[in-house]
Write a protein that binds this ligand. Structure first.
Ligand code: FAD
Length: 276
């Protein structure tokens, strides 16, 4: 396909989950990803699991990115974790603000992802390649689309090397975001985040909360399939492969897949793209 790929995982909660994820990774490694990334739970809740999974990926000979969220953290705790990641040989971070569960307030010494990016650069220079999050359909807490774009540009100015987007099914939102970011001088590569569709209710529930819109025609089709998983999967594969194809033809720098720790759907999309 000629387009760099990356795959995102979350840290498994059980030994069985960890075992299953090892097999999933091996299947996905056949596609030669540029790197694999591991999410980081709010307030550091999965720190050990995240770092363990990142360590396994590195030991498997694949470049690993650790997600790293700063909400509720102190400078001392971030400094300590950066030192651990450096010792592990991690060279790539996805620097995020993160979300605390409601009721936890916004304590800690970092308020925005841009604070974290600036701190990492201050503390570690160019030791890490820093990715940040981008929201083509606007972050749900943003004061306005323009304020959100400014916040993105601030993260880039603070030292981000590239960005990965929240997933979207409307490519115009992505293209416009990239154009608008350029207008503000934020010209680092913006890699589309791709969410394969393999179930309906989970996707519809999740999307509302995270600033991703499911277009009406997709939502209605998914709802009409009810429990017919085979039809949902077949439809989801067509829709997401078409989206990736369109993005590839438009010259996006790479594709980042939210695998949800599953290999089948992501692999099928990548195979279809390679054949197409
Ligand atoms: P920010 O960039 O700080 O933005 C958050 C909000 O604050 C936005 O509304 C923005 O407009 C506003 N804002 C930013 N700066 C300012 C400012 N200076 N003044 C006023 N407003 C401002 N979550 C996890 O918990 N763990 C993960 O591993 C994880 N991985 C992710 C990976 C990707 C690629 C993406 C897209 C999201 C991920 N998330 C993850 C979700 C993310 O943590 C949430 O979306 C969170 O709400 C925002 O994080 P952020 O880094 O985008 O924050």
């Amino acid at each position: 396909m000629g387009l760099p790929l990356s795959f995102e995982f979350f840290p498994p909660k059980t030994p069985e989950g960890a075992q299953k994820l090892r097999a999933v990774r091996q299947q996905l490694y056949a596609q030669k990803p540029e790197f694999c990334s591991v999410t980081y739970g709010a307030g550091g809740s999965t720190q050990q699991g995240t770092f363990d999974t990142v360590g396994e990926i590195l030991a498997e000979g694949v470049e690993a990115a650790s997600h790293f969220s700063c909400i509720g953290a102190t400078q001392a705790s971030v400094r300590e974790q950066l030192a651990t990641l450096k010792t592990m040989g991690v060279k790539r971070l996805v620097a995020l603000r993160g979300d605390l569960p409601s009721g936890f307030g916004v304590g800690g010494e970092f308020h925005h992802a841009s604070d974290l990016v600036a701190f990492i650069r201050e503390e570690t220079g160019r030791d890490f390649h820093i990715e940040v999050a981008a929201y083509p359909e606007v972050h749900p807490q943003a004061r306005s689309p323009e304020a959100d774009l400014q916040a993105y540009a601030t993260k880039v100015k603070a030292g981000a090397d590239s960005a990965i987007t929240q997933y979207f099914y409307n490519s115009d939102a992505y293209f416009r975001f990239v154009d608008d970011a350029h207008r503000l001088g934020a010209t680092v590569p913006v890699v589309p985040g791709i969410m394969p569709i393999s179930s309906s209710s989970q996707l519809l529930r999740f999307s509302d909360a995270c600033g991703a819109e499911i277009p009406r025609w997709i939502r209605l089709r998914l709802q009409a399939y009810g429990d017919d998983i085979d039809s949902i999967k077949a439809f989801g594969l067509d829709v997401v492969t078409d989206l990736c194809d369109q993005l590839r033809n438009a010259g996006v720098p790479a594709l980042h897949f939210y695998t949800m720790n599953q290999s089948a759907t992501t692999l099928e999309i990548v195979k279809r793209l390679r054949l197409g």
